[in-house]
Design a binder for this molecule. Structure first.
Ligand code: FES
Length: 341
């Protein structure tokens, strides 16, 4: 096995070097060759590519992620596959609207840590060098001493590329949260990360139509980045933000959204509590949307949060006639996964 096998991407022009043990997706993205990707954990199937020649090693894949027929045709998950020889792959069809930021290793220093809700902190990291990304994307933070990473979406807009903002909720027993962020991370601590990852991205093509942003818990983070980016481009943009949490103690950034809606009269902010009565809206965000809209035909949506919330939100949007191509979603699952569909 060569030390540095060459992965050749067949798009007529691209060829990237893939080091020993390096996953193909990592090699592609570091060399500016865009492959759609989301979870980088082998759980979504977004990064599949078809191997036309050569050999790779990959862990077994559940056929709910990559069907047996696809596997028989040579498809592999590029985020999990390591070449063991020169390899030729057929890249997926490119989405013209997808941003192509080069994946990089980054270093920075924690500049603030603020408790914003029950078991939830906002962490800002001042980077040594700015990071180019698109609103909605995420980075993987390295957990010191473990060799492991965890994904966190940026809440800041890309225009503020030197200081990243993350919303982090404690996961009981979580390696990153209980084992690091909530136990030892503090202002001034060095942080290493890789990014940007993911194709849950704000699409400026949506300009001119209203946006519906549905968030569950800390799924609010990328939607905050998207809202700020959309308003930078058009301060009069119609934006409807629904933030679902269980209790008032879990609600955060209320003052931020209220100030933003004061500044931008076409932004409407609706926090929803699903498990506690209060003076505001109760129930799930999808139900609140269904009550508020007769039709979403002329809107685009971005959803981020727990899978059940995202799936219910998508159903609500479809019931209100939003075209499926305008529904972008990202699912947060505990500890490791981000899944964009
Ligand atoms: S399976 Fe590779 S990005 Fe999700």
């Amino acid at each position: 096995m060569p030390d540095s096998p060459t992965v050749t991407v067949q798009a007529g022009r691209s060829s990237v070097r893939c080091g020993t043990g390096q996953k193909m997706l990592d090699a592609f993205l570091r060399n500016g060759v865009w492959i759609p990707n989301s979870c980088n954990q082998g759980t979504c199937g977004t990064c599949k590519v078809r191997v036309l020649g050569g050999t790779v090693v990959s862990p077994p894949v559940d056929d709910s992620i990559l069907s047996t027929a696809e596997q028989d045709q040579g498809y592999v998950l590029s985020c999990q596959s390591i070449p063991t020889s020169d390899v030729v792959v057929e890249p997926p069809v490119q989405d013209a609207g997808t941003p192509h930021h080069v994946l990089r290793d980054l270093a920075g220093t924690v500049s603030s840590m603020t408790s914003i809700a029950d078991d939830t902190v906002a962490v800002t990291v001042l980077l040594d060098e700015p990071l180019e990304f698109t609103a909605g994307q995420y980075v993987e933070l390295s957990i010191p001493g473990t060799g492991q990473t965890r994904p966190y979406s940026m809440a800041n807009p890309p225009s503020r590329s030197d200081e990243l903002e993350f919303h982090i909720r404690r996961q009981p027993g979580g390696l990153a949260t209980d084992g690091w962020i909530f136990s030892s991370l503090s202002v001034g601590a060095p942080v290493a990360m890789t990014g940007p990852w993911g194709d849950f991205c704000y699409e400026p093509d949506d300009l001119g139509i209203g946006l519906v942003l549905l968030a569950g818990g800390t799924g609010l983070a990328p939607l905050k980045s998207i809202a700020r980016t959309a308003l930078d481009l058009d301060p009069t943009r119609e934006i409807h933000v629904y933030h679902g949490v269980r209790t008032q103690a879990e609600l955060y950034d209320v003052d931020f959204w209220r100030a933003l809606s004061d500044e931008h009269p076409n932004l409407r902010y609706t926090p929803c509590l699903s498990r506690e009565p209060w003076s505001g809206r109760t129930g799930y965000v999808g139900d609140a949307l269904t009550e508020d809209f007769d039709s979403c035909r002329n809107h685009a949506a971005y959803l981020c949060g727990p899978p059940a919330m995202v799936e219910a939100g998508v159903k609500a949007l479809k019931r209100r006639r939003m075209p499926p191509r305008r529904i972008r979603r990202e699912k947060y699952t505990p500890a490791i996964s981000l899944v964009t569909i």
